[in-house]
Design a protein around this ligand. Structure first.
Ligand code: CLF
Ligand code: SF4
Length: 511
């Protein structure tokens, strides 16, 4: 089930060198080696890792102690899940059986998280019993917990004792006046609080918990739901504060408020942000001259029972009929071998990026960048047909620069290689969703979508699906496109850039 990890023989570009040694294909976030090692295989805490490692969630926590205006309690907790889905609640023992089964079938599994379907710490006994069983039988799997933070302070000792190394707190505000517009009520010490008072209590608990976890060395991620007109302008303040308090990373995720989900926001017409608005806010929160917070940009808002790679949920393949009946062996050596293979591949790609002088993050971002959309299922390379992509990975591209900035979910509009003409309105929506991109990089694309994209000024670049070809490595393809497009736009000026994209300027990179 592991994605193919072919060997690559890097072919250095003549004269290429790494101009930005701190950021050539390696994390350059100033982390010490021990911390890098702790996040290297966590698909949420490390963007690159999400192309190689899988996580699973255990839906053992049914109740909740707050009411978010973006949540319908019939469904899973929206603080860490896509709205409108319901997970079957498991007992701790059932959860252990599921971990055993998934670990045997998905050897790149690296993390087990509890994130719902309610709040894990409103169900503390079930949550900690589950973690206890997993820590006993699967010490090589990292444990991860996501909470609204209301009951966090009283459980910090237990979290540390169990070795839960990664904790997410959802913090949507640092001003209780803002929080009062997001939470209907908070149940605390036998009282149901509302308004500013409720928001004050929740915030105080979150901050106390955050400080205690940071002091103990736990890596804390902050989730914030971006709600346009309610907290979007305020979230940079959240980023500033959580950075000052020592949080590891900030995940700003979009409100999803479809009326059919029956949430307060859904029923009152509160809209969610566009992908472009989300990216702009993430950029602001990350800005070195502003909050300067490390931002997670690849969240998929997964289900409380998600299994597999981010963005490719395989949860439905792991039914109770399988994991409660089928005997499987626990083979930590097999998992270790797969991890070694993955790390070998990642090292190879890092060397390749170094040799090509391609930076993927850090302070060396060029002044002029364009955005390109990549069709990939992971493994570090361009390997998907345009019409089969359910999401595109958006990269900033420029000479020497290829940086992942967003996973953008698109509705599948094409059912196969020959089916790209099926639904013109879906194609139109897709082109609109990619309209801020200068190019799309994919293995193949049908004539109709190609024409629609090019009419919109979006260049189509196809890369042969060859696992042994360094040119199919995502950052290599992105950087090549960026080098051509930025040069073209610099030559003719921004106003004429779309025209230039439609010309044969990219002959050198397009096949
Ligand atoms: Fe799960 Fe969350 Fe742990 Fe990841 S998910 S508990 S930190 S292992 Fe990840 Fe999914 Fe986004 Fe969550 S992509 S919803 S951030
Ligand atoms: Fe729903 Fe999660 Fe909010 Fe509870 S914390 S109300 S389960 S979104």
């Amino acid at each position: 089930m592991i994605r193919s990890l072919p060997l690559l023989t890097p072919t250095p570009r003549v004269g290429a060198g790494c101009a930005k040694k701190s950021s050539c294909g390696r994390p350059s976030t100033g982390l010490d080696e021990a911390t890098k090692a702790r996040v290297a295989a966590h698909p949420c805490y490390n963007q690159e890792a999400h192309q190689y490692y899988a996580r699973m969630h255990l839906a053992v926590a049914p109740s909740c102690n707050v009411q978010c205006n973006y949540c319908n309690r019939k469904f899973d907790c929206v603080n860490e899940s896509r709205p409108g889905v319901t997970s079957k609640v498991l007992s701790p023992e059932e959860a252990l059986a599921k971990v055993a089964y998934v670990a045997a079938k998905v050897p790149q599994l690296s993390v087990v998280g509890i994130a719902g379907p309610g709040d894990p710490l409103a169900n503390a006994n079930r949550t900690f019993r589950t973690f206890e069983l997993i820590a006993r039988d699967f010490p090589d799997l990292r444990l991860c917990l996501s909470t609204n933070g209301l009951r966090l302070p009283e459980h910090v000792d237990r979290i540390i004792e169990l070795g839960i190394d990664h904790v997410t707190i959802t913090m949507n505000y640092v001003d209780p006046e803002v929080g009062a517009g997001i939470y209907a009520w908070v149940a605390y010490q036998g009282q149901q609080l509302t308004g500013v008072e409720a928001a004050q209590v929740l915030l105080a608990q979150q901050l106390t918990g955050l400080r205690a976890l940071v002091a103990a060395g736990v890596l804390v991620k902050i989730n914030s739901v971006m709600i346009p007109g309610i907290n979007d302008a305020h979230l940079p303040e959240v980023a500033r504060l959580v950075k000052a308090e020592g949080a590891f990373v900030h995940n700003v995720l979009p409100l999803i408020s479809e009326p059919e989900h029956g949430t307060y926001f859904g029923l009152t017409g509160q809209r969610g942000p566009t992908g472009m608005e989300l990216k702009a806010l993430q950029d602001t929160c990350e800005d070195e001259d502003g909050p300067g917070m490390q931002i997670m940009r690849h969240c998929r808002q997964c289900r409380a029972d998600a299994v597999g790679m981010l963005g490719a949920d395989e949860g439905e393949n792991f039914s109770p009929e399988l994991y409660l009946t089928e005997e499987v062996a626990n083979e930590p050596d097999q998992r270790q071998a797969v991890r070694a293979e993955i790390e070998e591949r990642r090292t190879e790609l890092a060397v390749l990026r170094d040799q090509r002088g391609i930076a993927t993050e850090g302070a060396g971002k060029p002044q002029r960048v364009v955005q390109v959309a990549v069709a990939s299922t992971g493994g570090g390379r361009v390997n998907q047909h345009f019409g089969q992509a359910e999401e595109f990975w958006i990269y900033e591209a420029a000479p020497g620069w290829a940086r992942f900035v967003q996973a953008r979910n698109v509705r599948r509009f094409c059912s196969g290689r020959l089916g790209c003409d099926e639904d013109p309105s879906a194609l139109g929506r897709l082109v609109e969703m990619l309209s801020d991109c200068a190019a799309v990089i994919t293995t193949e694309i049908g004539p109709r979508p190609r024409e629609a994209l090019e009419q919109a000024g979006i260049r189509c670049i196809t890369i042969a699906d060859d696992a042994d070809d360094p040119e199919s490595v995502i950052e290599v393809a992105v950087e090549a496109a960026g080098a051509a497009l930025v040069a073209a736009e610099a030559t003719v000026g921004t106003a004429a850039a779309a025209l230039v994209r439609a010309e044969a300027v990219l002959v050198g990179v397009a096949r």
